[in-house]
Design a protein around this ligand. Structure first.
Ligand code: FAQ
Length: 311
């Protein structure tokens, strides 16, 4: 027999209304939100690294200013999402400790290297493109602080996506070497960007419950499919080839057929054995250590101000 609180929660979800932090919610709903939202926040923070790798080497002052602004946006998204997650009763310190200890997940995509400038284009076009596809439906997530965070974040991601597209467009109008560099980056980022949507539907343990709770609105495969449909015409404009020989329009399904995704690679990256997992985690640990004096100084100052007020 459901309690009155439980019935009210179920009605709220059924009516497509929203859950606020002070509302009653099932413990499992709270837990899955903390899981997904903290992972999302960690992704933004770790996601700063592949691009910050190029800030000192951007090919012009203008490109450098744009890239710095983008990486700063990612920091902002991370902090914004940590705050939204804190409304569920976990502290920022707990989340940070989990990340530093290597116990927290963050998106698989940020464990790949960025050896060339064209990677900045491919990340913007493919990684931010995938992020938008995944996150636009999350603007309607049943947990209100998450949905509200997504509205603002998606606006910034769409600017990020266009700046990536524009980097690739310029390279594709350049020399043969620049065209090869752009195509090579697309070849390396295409498959990992498809993996961002998560495992296939029949191997996605969290999907059914998250969809019933209206946190997720579409399945992993549905969003992956939508992403590819968005990419195909854009790839034509760019003049790049998507590196999937089996990619073709299926008239009957009204969708593209995709080649086989290498799920072994996906699981290896999730297990911590991707090309840059160790590097990303070490960099985060070092940054945390290097920032210790700032946190301590801020805490000491806050304490002194509080003492002065009670004097
Ligand atoms: N990487 O049962 P499901 C960005 C895990 S965009 C790592 O399907 P769910 C912007 C999953 O957590 C990137 N782990 O799970 C940016 C679960 O593990 P758990 C961040 C993955 O939650 C751009 C297990 O596999 N975006 O940062 C991945 O229903 C450029 C089973 O999976 C978000 O986080 C993966 N790719 O669906 C920043 C979006 N896929 O927790 C900088 C919000 C799955 O049981 C530069 N999140 N796993 O141990 C979501 O929409 C969902 O959480 C999914 C996964 C779709 C990612």
């Amino acid at each position: 027999e459901a309690s009155a609180e439980e019935r009210r929660f179920t009605e709220l979800i059924e009516a497509d209304s929203r859950v606020e932090p002070r509302d009653w919610m099932p413990a499992a709903y709270r837990k899955t939100l903390i899981r997904q939202m903290s992972q999302h926040a960690h992704s933004e923070i770790i996601g700063m690294q592949p691009e910050s790798n190029w800030i000192t080497r951007a090919p012009s002052l203008k490109r450098k200013a744009i890239l710095m602004a983008k990486v700063q946006d990612e920091a902002g998204h991370g902090l914004y999402l940590y705050s939204a997650t804190q409304t569920l009763g976990i502290t920022r310190d707990e989340m940070m400790d989990q990340l530093i200890a290597g116990k927290a997940r963050y998106s698989s995509i940020f464990n790949y290297p960025t050896p060339t400038w064209a990677d900045m284009g491919a990340i913007g076009w493919l990684v931010d493109g995938a992020a938008i596809c995944n996150q636009v439906p999350l603007c309607r997530a049943s947990y209100a602080p998450y949905g509200r965070a997504m509205v603002r974040i998606c606006k910034e991601e769409s600017f990020h996506q266009r700046q990536g597209f524009e980097i690739l467009l310029e390279l594709m109008h350049g020399t043969d070497a620049q065209k090869r560099m752009a195509q090579d980056a697309v070849d390396r980022w295409y498959w990992p960007s498809l993996m961002m949507f998560g495992p296939p539907d029949d191997d996605s343990p969290n999907s059914a419950q998250s969809m019933a709770w209206k946190i997720k609105r579409f399945s992993n495969d549905e969003l992956r499919q939508r992403f590819v449909s968005m990419l195909v015409p854009q790839a034509e404009v760019l003049g790049v080839t998507l590196p999937d020989p089996d990619l073709r329009w299926n008239e009957e399904r009204g969708e593209y057929d995709l080649g086989e995704i290498d799920w072994t690679e996906f699981h290896e990256v999730l297990a911590g054995r991707g090309p840059c997992n160790a590097l990303r985690l070490q960099r985060r640990r070092d940054a945390h250590e290097e920032g210790r004096w700032v946190r301590e100084a801020a805490a000491a100052y806050a304490k002194r101000v509080a003492e002065r007020e009670t004097e």
